[in-house]
Design a protein around this ligand. Structure first.
Ligand code: KG4
Ligand code: ZN
Length: 335
């Protein structure tokens, strides 16, 4: 008997559904929400409303594209959190309704766990144990991944996440939201000529509020002297900001690999889509003798395939959720 999982992701501003058959991705559908760009960030109430409008067509498209009929489904996997409460509520309620009407179990999935298991959506997959630098819009962590369902957080950010640092720096330069991919693009034609300080935190802790503040003061001072400064220097500014964020991340990853002796190293989460981070991981990995893994682009930023893959591994262990399960805006990651 095949294990057929329908997965639903609605933690932030992407409504996504996927069908996973025996661990293989059969469909992966996503409706993003352009509405937030004009506000420079995700507006929670608008996100919830857009999820409401999108969820039926997205789930329908995922089922149709997979060729799977609802009576073949083994379980419904959904993102329980962390994320925006109203957004999560839409996905969780929808998943519960479907599970109830089809008479199949529910599987709750931690969004960050799913970002890590995105590495198991396609071959080649990393061997255990491996280190994973998880960099998203809301989180920045180094994880020790012992097994599909056994993860240990070695260190986290003490303030902003790496994705947030990209987005906030972009906003200061007048770029749209999310600014991460835009900074990535502009940086391609620039050089990292501007210097920003790196935080000095113990162990595997990160901080991005210091660099954010120094970027703000630097830009203010330069714009005072020349109002067109940002416009004239955008590629170099983007390359510099990107360079420093990435080096802060990689310094800690190198430290964690040295201390644990683990030489299989992965990156995951939205910021792992960054072309320079992907390139630098390869370079550092080559120099250090690591085996490195970057997730396929479609599985780097938010998607439902990663929720379904995580659901598949939980299904095999019989880890089901009761119908009383509730979304949670904040949940620690402990597998
Ligand atoms: O994982 P994700 O899609 O959603 C969360 O779970 O937060 O991550 C979104 C974050 C945003 O901050 C976005 O700017 C960043 O990932 N991001 C990037 C790139 N693509 C997405 N940051 C830098 N370079 C990129 N190419
Ligand atoms: Zn995410």
């Amino acid at each position: 008997m095949s294990i057929v999982i329908l997965a639903i992701e609605s933690s932030c501003d992407d409504t996504a559904a996927a069908v996973i058959v025996d661990g293989q991705v059969r469909s992966n559908i996503l409706a993003d929400q352009k509405i937030h760009a004009q506000y420079g960030g995700v507006v929670p109430e608008l996100a919830s409303r857009a999820h409401q409008a999108n969820i039926v067509p997205v789930v329908d498209a995922a089922l149709k594209q997979s060729g799977v009929s609802p009576d073949q489904l083994s379980a419904i996997a959904f993102t329980k959190g962390p994320g925006l409460m109203g957004s999560l509520m839409v996905g969780v309620s929808f998943a519960k309704g479907l599970a109830l009407s089809y008479g199949i179990p529910l599987i709750e999935v931690h969004h960050l766990h799913a970002h890590v298991l995105a590495h198991f959506a396609e071959d080649p997959t990393p061997d255990f144990p491996f280190l994973c630098l998880l960099v998203s819009g809301g989180h920045t962590q180094i994880l020790l991944v012992r097994d599909h369902l056994e993860l240990e957080v070695l260190g986290s950010t003490t303030d902003d996440a790496a994705g947030e640092a990209f987005d906030k720096a972009g906003k200061m330069m007048g770029l749209g939201y999310p600014a991460g991919p835009l900074i990535d693009q502009h940086a391609k034609s620039g050089k990292p000529v501007f210097d920003f300080p790196h935080p000095q935190l113990p162990n595997y802790q990160f901080s991005f509020s210091g660099i954010k503040t120094s970027i703000r003061y630097f830009l203010q001072a330069q714009v005072e002297r020349d109002p067109a400064f940002i416009q004239k220097n955008l590629p170099d500014l983007c390359a510099s900001i990107q360079y420093h964020i990435i080096e802060i991340l990689l310094d800690k990853l190198v430290l964690a690999a040295r201390d644990t002796g683990i030489r299989t190293v992965a990156i995951a989460g939205g910021v792992s889509a960054n072309s320079q981070l992907r390139q630098r991981l390869k370079e550092v990995g080559l120099a250090k003798g690591w085996k490195t893994f970057v997730p396929p682009m479609d599985y780097s930023t938010d998607n439902a395939a990663m929720i379904g893959v995580t659901g598949y591994f939980k299904y095999k262990k019989g880890q089901f959720a009761p119908l009383t399960v509730k979304p949670e805006a904040r949940i620690p990651l402990n597998g």
